[in-house]
Ligand binder design. Structure first.
Ligand code: MG
Length: 163
């Protein structure tokens, strides 16, 4: 299932490396030894979680269905136009962001506002894809990976305790 999800993202123009870059950007200032490889490893761990996989399956399906005109109005226009007050995309992705505890909420909020790197590209309305759910999925995965790194630093040698 994990590989299927990763390929699904790839088909939509998203790589795990780009998500890892966002994580490094966020966590780098708190840990100068942090590498892109470590961030990528933590992003991979987030994708192992069944709850995360389910959110991604659901969000990407809604983006694609809206794109293909297979969602009824008025929902289709709301998703295609990424209506600012829709909010269901954020609500869904919060389930990813908080997978390692509420620490992920702050990062998720920051990413939603600042839209660094890949996030900015996904927000670009010129894209051939509808990314209404995808931008929040990416923010959720990056926030969860950052939370995992923060927890790993806290517990130090007990790292194995973190699933
Ligand atoms: Mg969105």
């Amino acid at each position: 299932m994990k590989e299927k999800i990763i390929n699904m993202l790839k088909d939509r123009g998203i790589t795990l490396e780009e998500i890892a870059e966002i994580v490094l950007d966020m966590q780098g200032p708190y840990n100068e030894d942090l590498t892109l490889e470590e961030c990528l490893l933590n992003v991979n761990m987030v994708f192992e979680k069944r709850e995360v996989q389910h959110v991604i399956l659901t969000g990407v399906a809604l983006d694609k269905l809206a794109e293909e005109g297979k969602v009824e109005e008025p929902l289709r226009s709301i998703i295609v136009n990424d209506e600012p007050l829709y909010g269901v995309d954020e609500t869904l992705a919060m389930g990813i962001a908080t997978i390692y505890g509420t620490i992920g909420i702050t990062s998720f909020g920051y990413l939603d506002k600042a839209k660094p790197g890949l996030m900015g590209r996904l927000d670009n309305k010129e894209s051939e894809f509808v990314h209404t759910f995808m931008d929040d999925i990416v923010a959720g995965v990056a926030a969860a990976a950052a939370a995992r790194i923060a927890h790993t630093q806290e517990v130090g040698e007990l790292e194995d305790d973190i699933p």
